[in-house]
Write a protein that binds this ligand. Structure first.
Ligand code: PLP
Length: 404
């Protein structure tokens, strides 16, 4: 079992106060907090072996290269990729998605079809719209129901021999819905389409096995899973990564350069132009170690308890409506209270030291579906507690009284 009081000691930020009150951090779906074990790795890097990688013969450069490549192998093992060079370091989910979308520019033609879901984050909509503009491909959308679940019958009906790509998030950041990606992948493959899964919200809570899923591309950001900002990864099947052209030109991604012709480096370097976030990559590996030490089964079990408890307590409040009531969901609760604007509640909660997210959560199409401008979103991680939820409920009731 998970010892939450022991875990909380690993996170120095949880000791601080905000506006004179102890911090209650419920904005984990936007970014997670960083344990001392990961902070130590960052400090150690800049204190002891900061150097550019893959270039120098000197010792520091060797040490930095080794640590960076060892972290890549940790990521490979974590996601169960067949090869370490199927893991491409990126600056995060958004970068990973753009890398793939850009690569498909040369593989699509007019009349080809791309399917996205109604539950997507903006970063998983806009790159595909841009890709469609460039290529003349057509964008289709899997609709959702009132509970915030994708309608699989409608998905089946969208698939045909023109479908080339399907893009869906594993877990919705706005509602917490866990999407049936196994089914989505299998069906897409039956018409010969590739699938990219946005794992930005799933990776903090579950451990995906990319080979078992048979997924073509899987992407995530380190900062949502106890790592630093500015680093993430793209997993791609070797055959797909070989088909895609490089994304950016620069150092590190070439084999040979002359003014007549440049030949590209092999995987993964073909997609890693320029000096990367070296320290970030190493710290990403440390974040995976940290979470694996706690254990993803323990994490899921505990976060489900927080979700059930939070949902139960919130629903006792009169006029409160939760958006996203899918059977399969993670510890994200999106809600509104009567006609009170989410922003007003968020502002008062902040005065009481409580960090929640208010707004459209980069998922305006979902808000349009429910015909609301936004929601208040409380999202829990394994370092949150039931006591924090109790304090949050008391503060929320106070805010409601002040505003009605
Ligand atoms: C946060 C998030 C993104 C964007 O991640 P970045 O780290 O900002 O690139 C994309 N998709 C989902 C589902 C997210 O939650």
């Amino acid at each position: 079992m998970l010892d939450v009081q022991k875990i909380r000691k690993d996170f120095p930020i949880l000791n601080r106060t905000v506006n004179g009150k102890p911090l209650i951090y419920f904005d984990n779906a936007a970014t997670s907090q960083t344990p001392q074990q990961v902070i130590d790795v960052i400090v150690d890097y800049y204190s002891n072996y900061n150097a550019n990688i893959h270039r120098g013969v000197h010792s520091l450069s060797q040490e930095a290269t080794d640590a960076y490549e060892q972290a890549r192998i940790k990521i490979q093992k974590h996601f169960n990729a067949k090869q370490s060079y199927e893991i491409i370091y990126t600056s995060g989910t958004t970068h990973s998605i753009n890398l793939v979308a850009n690569g498909f520019s040369s593989l699509l033609k007019k009349g080809d079809e791309i399917i996205v879901s109604a539950l997507e984050h903006h970063s998983n909509i806009v790159p595909w719209q841009m890709l469609c503009e460039r290529t003349g491909a057509i964008l289709k959308v899997i609709p959702m129901n009132e509970n915030g679940e994708l309608i699989m019958l409608e998905y089946d009906a969208l698939l045909n021999e023109n479908t080339k790509l399907v893009f869906v998030n594993h877990i919705s950041n706005a509602l917490g819905t866990i999407n049936p990606i196994e089914y989505i992948i299998e069906k897409a493959h039956s018409v010969g389409a590739a699938v990219l899964v946005d794992g930005a919200q799933s990776c903090p809570h579950i451990k995906p096995d990319v080979q078992a899923l048979d997924v073509d591309f899987y992407v995530c950001s380190a900062h949502k899973m106890c790592g630093p900002t500015g680093v993430g990864m793209l997993y791609g099947k070797e055959e797909w990564l070989n088909k895609l052209p490089p994304y950016q030109g620069g150092g590190e991604m070439i084999a040979e350069v002359s003014f007549e012709k440049t030949t590209y480096a092999g995987l993964p370097h073909k997609f890693e132009a320029g000096t990367p976030n070296i320290c970030g990559g190493i710290a990403f590996g440390a974040a995976l170690d940290y979470m694996n030490n706690i254990g993803f089964e323990n994490i899921a079990k505990y976060e489900n308890e927080l979700l059930d408890y939070g949902t139960e307590q919130l629903l006792k409040i009169e006029g409160l409506k939760i958006y996203g009531t899918a059977k399969e969901k993670t510890s994200v609760i999106s809600f509104n209270v009567g006609t009170i604007h989410p922003y007003d509640i968020g502002t008062i909660l902040d005065k009481m030291g409580i960090a929640v997210r208010t707004g459209h959560h980069c998922a305006q199409p979902i808000m349009d579906f429910y015909k609301i401008p936004g929601t208040i979103r409380a999202s829990f991680m394994f370092y949150n507690t039931k006591e924090e939820i109790d304090a949050f409920i008391v503060a929320l009731k106070k805010a409601i009284m002040m505003l009605s």
